[in-house]
Design a protein around this ligand. Structure first.
Ligand SMILES: C[S@@+](CC[C@H](N)C(=O)[O-])C[C@H]1O[C@@H](n2cnc3c(N)ncnc32)[C@H](O)[C@@H]1O
Length: 476
C-alpha cells in the first residue's frame, strides 16, 4: 500500500525530532520549554544549522498533519478569526497582564486579582486569556488562574506592572523592543488591515503604488504617510523606533554580523546605514568592528531619538566621530560619497517600485566603483518549487532551501513571517516584500547587479542580505 501523506509526514516528524534531540544533546543545549519564559539563550539551539532545519521540518510537518485532520471550518476560522485573537491579545497586553503574570510567578494569578490590579473586568479578561491560552499564548494553570508562557513572555516589557499601568505611553522604554513591535502591529497596522479590501475595491486606489493610497491612509481618514503621522503622534513614533529593535530580536542575535563578510573590508571602512532608523543594525557592527566608521541616516525626528539611544548604549561614541547620526532624506542627493557599504535594511519594502528606483538611483550616483550595496530584506519564497531558480547560472544564495515533499516547498506556516511582513507593507505603505527575481529586475533598472545572497545558518531568519555592485545604468 503506498504511504499516505499522513504517514510520510509522520516519518519526517519522527526523524526530525530524533535529529533535533541528538543534535541538542551533542551540543549541550536544551530544546526550549514552552512553559518557561522566553530568554535569548533559550534560542541557542537554533544557531546550530542541523537543529534549526530539524525544527523547521517538525513545525512544517506538524502543521500540515493538523491541516489534514482538523475539521476544515476550524482551520478556516483560524484565518477568519485571526483578528479576533489579535484584539484579545491587545486587550490583555495593553492592560499590563503580561507584566502582572511575570510578577506573580509560575503559580499564576487569578483574574480577580488581575482585575483588582489593572481595573479591568475579570470575567472579560478570563475570556480573552482563555482564547489565547488555547494557542499557548498564556496558560490556564487552574480555573481562571493564568501564567505566562514562552510565547506571551515575549511581549513582556520587563518593566514593573505599576509603572506600565501608571505610564502606558512610556512602557516600552528599556524593553527588548518585542513588546513595541507587537503593540505597533496590534494598533495602527491592525486598523489599517481592516481597510485592505476597501482599498482594493476602489478603482482609484486598486492599481496605485502611491503611499497615500494605502489602507493605512484610509484607516486614519486622511492622506498622511506613516512618517508624517509619527511626527504628530509622538507615542506611536517613539514606539516604532523601539519596535525596530524588536524586529532585530526576531532574528538570530547579531544577525547583522553574519549578514556579510565584514572582516574582508578595510579596517577603517565606512558603512552608511541609509534609513537606518535609530541605528539598530549599527549597534552590532559597533560592538564587533570598533574601527569601522558608521553613519546612520534617517529623518530628523528619528535622528534625535537615535542620539538619545546611542548615548545610553554607547556613551560618548558619537562625540568620537566613530558613529555619525545624520539627517538625510534618501530621495535627495546622498552626501556620503566614499562609502564602502551602503546598508539598506528594510527600507525598499516600504516603497513601491518607482520609489525604490529613486532611492537606488541616489545611491548609484554617490557610489564609488567598489562600493557594495547591501540590501537586507525578506526574499519571499513561492509556496511551490521555484523552477526559475534552477538555472546553473543562478546567483549564489538566490534559491532558498526548499522543504521535501509532501511538505510545502516554503516550509508552510512555520516560515510565514515574510508573508506577514509583506501584508503589513501593503496595509501601511501600499508597498511590498519581493521575490529574488523581482529584486534582480528592480536593481538592474537602477544600475545595480546582484552578485550574491547571504543567507543565515539554517535560513531560519526572515531577512536575507542581497549584495550588489554598481554597473552601467541601462539607457532610459
Ligand atoms: C522600516 S524602518 C527601517 C529602519 C532600519 N533600517 C532598521 O532596519 O532598523 C524605515 C525607516 O525609514 C525611515 N525613512 C522614511 N522615509 C525616509 C526618507 N525619505 N529618508 C530617510 N529615511 C526615511 C523611517 O524614519 C524609518 O526609520
Amino acid at each position: 500500500m503506498p504511504a499516505t501523506a499522513l504517514r510520510e509526514l509522520l516519518a519526517i516528524l519522527s526523524s526530525s525530532i530524533d535529529l533535533l534531540e541528538s543534535t541538542c544533546d551533542a551540543a549541550g543545549v536544551a530544546v526550549p520549554d514552552l512553559h518557561e519564559p522566553f530568554t535569548p539563550p533559550s534560542e541557542a539551539f537554533r544557531a546550530i544549522p542541523a537543529a534549526a532545519e530539524a525544527a523547521s521540518l517538525i513545525g512544517a510537518a506538524a502543521l500540515q498533519i493538523e491541516a489534514i485532520v482538523t475539521p476544515p471550518p476550524v482551520t478556516l476560522y483560524r484565518i477568519v478569526g485571526g483578528n479576533f485573537r489579535s484584539a484579545a491579545l491587545r486587550a490583555v497586553f495593553e492592560s499590563g497582564v503580561t507584566e502582572l503574570l511575570r510578577e506573580a510567578g509560575p503559580q499564576g494569578m487569578h483574574v480577580r486579582d488581575i482585575g483588582a490590579a489593572n481595573g479591568q473586568e475579570p470575567e472579560k479578561l478570563a475570556r480573552f486569556l482563555r482564547a489565547l491560552a488555547t494557542h499557548h499564548v498564556y496558560r490556564e494553570v487552574a480555573p481562571n488562574v493564568f501564567t505566562n508562557t514562552r510565547i506571551s513572555s515575549l511581549i513582556d516589557t520587563g518593566n514593573p506592572s505599576k509603572e506600565v499601568l501608571a505610564n502606558p505611553d512610556k512602557k516600552h522604554s528599556g524593553s527588548t523592543g518585542m513588546s513595541a513591535i507587537a503593540a505597533h502591529h496590534l494598533d495602527e497596522v491592525f486598523k489599517a488591515a481592516a481597510f485592505a479590501w476597501e482599498t482594493l475595491d476602489d478603482p482609484k486606489t486598486r492599481h496605485s503604488g502611491e503611499p497615500l493610497d494605502s489602507p493605512f491612509c484610509r484607516s486614519i481618514g486622511k492622506p498622511q504617510d506613516l512618517w508624517a503621522h509619527y511626527k504628530e503622534n509622538k507615542m506611536r513614533g517613539e514606539r516604532f523606533g523601539i519596535a525596530m529593535q524588536g524586529m532585530e530580536k526576531m532574528q538570530p542575535q547579531d544577525a547583522i554580523v553574519t549578514a556579510f563578510p565584514w572582516s574582508t573590508l578595510p579596517k577603517n571602512a565606512k558603512i552608511v546605514d541609509v534609513g537606518g532608523g535609530i541605528g539598530t543594525s549599527c549597534f552590532g557592527l559597533a560592538r564587533h568592528f570598533p574601527e569601522f566608521k558608521l553613519v546612520v541616516q534617517d529623518l530628523p525626528q528619528v535622528v534625535k531619538q537615535a542620539g538619545e539611544i546611542w548615548e545610553e548604549k554607547f556613551p560618548g561614541v558619537v562625540e568620537t566621530g566613530r558613529v555619525t547620526l545624520q539627517e538625510h532624506d534618501f530621495f535627495t542627493t546622498q552626501p556620503q560619497k566614499d562609502a564602502s557599504v551602503f546598508l539598506v535594511k528594510q527600507i525598499l519594502h516600504d516603497w513601491s517600485d518607482p520609489y525604490c528606483v529613486k532611492i537606488l538611483s541616489q545611491l548609484w550616483e554617490a557610489a564609488a566603483p567598489d562600493t557594495t550595496l547591501l540590501i537586507m530584506e525578506s526574499l519571499v519564497p513561492l509556496a511551490c518549487h521555484d523552477p526559475e531558480l534552477d538555472a546553473p547560472s543562478a546567483i549564489p544564495g538566490a534559491a532558498a532551501k526548499e522543504a521535501p515533499a509532501p511538505l510545502l516547498a516554503n516550509y508552510g506556516a512555520t516560515n510565514d513571517m515574510s508573508y506577514n511582513i509583506d501584508m503589513v507593507m501593503f496595509f501601511m505603505f501600499n508597498s511590498q516584500e519581493r521575490t529574488f527575481l523581482h529584486f534582480q529586475k528592480l536593481l538592474a533598472s537602477a544600475g545595480w547587479e546582484i552578485v550574491k545572497v547571504h543567507r543565515q545558518a539554517g535560513d531560519s531568519t526572515f531577512v536575507q542580505s542581497i549584495e550588489a555592485k554598481k554597473v552601467e545604468k541601462p539607457s532610459a
